[in-house]
Design a binder for this molecule. Structure first.
Ligand code: GLC
Length: 762
């Protein structure tokens, strides 16, 4: 009897469970059904409003660009934009970062206003650039930027960053994140490479997927999940000159092979909206490219939600790209190309243009209906109609120690040791006297970089109390009395006198010089020269005269060239922009309480005239004598040192010949041969020896990060798929030529183990 009761209850639970939780497809159909019903009720004006996104300061008191330290909503502007013009989406903020209670007040007021005054009570969709944490909310957790996550080679960390970011966004009533950035960047001059996962496609596939799964959770309607906006589709990350928003030249088969793949993976992982490329690819502006937006992104890749423009970019089809005669013509081109929402962002002029264009027969109503249906679908899927705001008091983990610890772990695993001669690090001397200097040595802004409380992230008036700069963290770690400090120089200013610097250095056992670049993104991040500014190089040259060991710490968003000073440094650490806990993480690594495990996510160039990536071709290696020594970066992709050493053995491939659609697996053993525990990144590359399109020198197809105690060995297994063996042919189809492939496995720096597989064709 008892058994029968248990069995029946179990069946009941299973049935109820399956009834109360319909499959994602069924839920999606329901969201679309609701979107369709609502769509039927909307006028053209209301639809055009839903397609419009304005900046928050378009509805606050004062001018759009203001430097107010409080945001007061302006009822007349709200009535005009949200009610009369039906604007359906708002993004970002003014200058200062509101706290989460203030976000709650702002967003609740806006949503209530729409509920009270509009015909259909469609909630407004708020979007944010929470690219390394919910940084536009005061007190939130700030993580390493994406480039640092890539340097950790640990997608689990990206998942955690996604989760915490979503939690802290929802704690601020914000449901939609303009992240992750999936722009593979093969252009180290580009000022936004720090917002990406670096130069490799596979890295973007893995990291992007984990980040999205983290922030979208199991359901977008959960009050701890946010909707993803992947950006900037497609080819934005490799502008020819390196300047932001400038032209890229990428043949379609390369676009597909390197740049579109991360978006495909992201959409498979559930990414629901996408933002477009501000620049042009092969002369076609991203916002006018019907083929890429409609055929590829929505068609082939199957994006279910909507496509938003980047900032002001519809108008720029006329004012910058000159493919449209005026703003209205630009709206015609963009919407017909497949754009669903325009980030105008100052007013609702786009909505007026759309109405006129439809009435004039220049945009079909079916296109508008498709756009609005997608937008409403996202709003339903997010649960906005039920929960248009959230009570911040319910989010007790916001800005918690626990979240700070997660950020600390991410920083620890991302920071990369590039050079360490004669065991300079960790500092082994008892009670060492350390001189700390350089423009990034005592600034929180130098750890967090751009998109930190403000867009540029360079204003110290928004520094979070209690967070430690490198100097402060080093004082905590070694004792304040052990640390000397002098700024040395600013980012681009005068250098302190040699005499003064040497007097300071003479009193120390070693010198830590913190260099780097001033936080900046987008156009303000454009540079004409990849070398670190001359004054910073000079600072190191002057200090070198002291004869004291020198450690360089590079806090910067891209690989600034340091060829001249590299030989003067005994140890070099690349910290990227490691976030709020970066100072603590650096101090702990320098002291040896923790071990380095970061690896470069891009090739670190030696010369500004030699900007290769690791995918380079054999012809890139040709030197002056037609030998093959011409590829000579400062440090290669995947490079990074540890305080311990690792040895690889027993590479075993499951097959020596494979046929079409078959992959193979491999195993390799890795041993910690040093005396300290450490984490190693095991990298698996394929080198295609013959193809119809000149193949890359090698291609990353898998990696794993493994923790090993001193003396410990582990055997790791990897799968290499047939798809990994393929390349994109000129016909834009994945293909492979029957040929040999080298399989290269191991850690860098070091010799990779190699095996061979023959692909025999069908
Ligand atoms: C921009 C950026 C984009 C961002 C948007 C909203 O200009 O290019 O990445 O999401 O504005 O702030």
């Amino acid at each position: 009897m008892r058994l029968l009761y248990i069995t029946l209850s179990f069946m009941f639970v299973v049935l109820v469970g399956s009834c109360s939780q319909p499959s994602p497809e069924v839920q999606d159909n329901e969201h679309f059904r609701r979107a369709d019903s609502l769509l039927q009720l909307l006028t053209l004006e209301e639809k055009a409003g839903q397609m419009t996104n304005v900046g928050l300061t378009a509805i606050t008191q004062g001018p759009f660009w203001n430097d107010f330290d409080t945001l007061l909503l302006d009822t007349a502007k709200m009535r005009d934009l949200l009610i009369n013009q039906h604007v359906g989406s708002i993004q970002n903020k003014g200058v200062y970062p509101p706290c989460r209670e203030e976000w709650h007040r702002i967003i609740k007021t806006v949503q209530q206003f729409v509920m009270e005054h509009s015909r259909h009570q469609i909630p407004v969709l708020f979007g944010m650039d929470a690219v390394h944490g919910a940084h536009y909310t005061a007190g939130s957790t700030l993580f390493p930027h994406q480039i640092g996550l890539a340097a950790s080679w640990n997608p689990e960390l990206a998942r955690v960053v996604g989760e915490v970011t979503a939690y802290e966004m929802r704690a601020s009533s914000q449901p939609w994140n303009f992240a992750p950035v999936l722009d593979v960047s093969m252009q180290p001059l580009w000022g936004r490479i720090f917002e990406t996962f670096g130069e490799d496609t596979h890295m973007h596939n893995m990291m992007g997927r984990a980040f999205i799964e983290g922030q979208q959770g199991s359901s977008l309607a959960d009050t701890t999940s946010v909707a993803t906006c992947i950006k900037h589709f497609a080819g934005y990350g490799t502008p020819f000159t390196g300047k932001d928003r400038s032209p890229a030249l990428i043949p379609e088969h390369y676009l597909r092979q390197y740049y579109i793949e991360p978006f495909r993976h992201a959409i498979e992982a559930g990414a629901i909206t996408a933002m477009l490329n501000s620049g042009t690819v092969n002369g076609i502006p991203g916002h006018a490219d019907h083929y890429l937006i409609t055929d590829v992104l929505k068609g082939e890749l199957g994006l279910k939600g909507f496509v938003i423009s980047d900032w002001e970019d519809v108008g720029r089809l006329a004012s910058v790209h000159r493919v449209a005669s005026d703003a209205r013509d630009a709206a015609r081109i963009a919407v017909n190309a497949g754009l669903d929402m325009s980030m105008v962002p100052y007013d609702a002029s786009f909505a007026t243009d759309v109405v006129d264009l439809v009435n004039a027969g220049k945009i079909p109503m079916s296109r508008i209906d498709d756009a609005v249906r997608r937008i409403l679908y996202v709003k339903f899927k997010l649960g906005l109609f039920d929960n248009p705001w959230h009570d911040p008091a319910g989010y007790t983990d916001f800005g918690s120690e626990e979240f700070a610890e997660k950020s600390y772990q991410a920083a620890l695993e991302s920071i990369t040791l590039l050079k360490n001669d004669n065991g300079t690090l960790p500092i082994s001397k008892d009670n060492p006297k350390i001189l700390i200097t350089g423009p990034t040595s005592n600034a929180l802004t130098a750890l967090n970089g751009p998109w930190s409380r403000t867009w540029a992230g360079d204003d110290p008036s928004y520094d979070d109390p209690g967070k430690k700069t490198v100097l402060e963290a080093m004082q905590d770690a070694f004792g304040a009395g052990q640390i000397l400090h002098t700024p040395g120089t600013s980012y681009e200013g005068e250098v302190e006198s040699e005499q003064h610097l040497l007097l300071k250095a003479d009193r120390a056992d070693m010198v830590i010089v913190c260099l780097g670049e001033r936080p900046a993104t987008e156009k303000p991040s454009d540079i004409d020269e990849l070398d670190l500014p001359r004054n910073q190089l000079d600072l190191v040259k002057r200090l070198h005269k002291s004869g004291k060991p020198i450690v360089l710490v590079l806090l910067q968003g891209r690989p600034r060239i340091i060829r001249e000073i590299e030989p003067l440094a005994d140890a070099i650490i690349h910290a990227y922009w490691p976030g709020h806990e970066g100072g603590r993480a650096l101090a702990s690594l320098i002291k040896g309480d923790d071990n380095f495990s970061g690896k470069l996510p891009y090739t670190y160039p030696r010369y500004s005239g030699a900007l290769y990536t690791y995918q380079h071709k054999v012809s890139d290696k040709l030197d002056h004598e037609f030998g093959l020594d011409g590829f000579n970066p400062q440090w290669e992709f995947g490079h990074g040192l540890s305080y311990t050493t690792f040895a690889y053995s027993d590479l075993r491939l499951s097959a020596d010949t494979v046929f079409t659609d078959e992959g193979f697996s491999l195993e390799v053993s890795v041993t910690n041969t040093g005396s300290r525990p450490g984490k190693e990144v095991v990298q698996v590359y394929l080198r295609d020896l013959v193809a119809t399109i000149t193949p890359d020198d090698r291609k990353l197809v898998a990696f794993d990060k493994v923790h090993l105690e001193a003396g410990e060995s582990k055997t790791l297994a990897f799968e290499v798929s047939y798809h990994d063996m393929q390349y994109m042919g000129l016909d834009n189809e994945w293909t492979a030529l029957s040929s040999d492939y080298e399989v290269l496995v191991g850690g860098l720096p070091g010799e990779l183990l190699s095996g061979k597989v023959f692909y025999a064709g069908p």
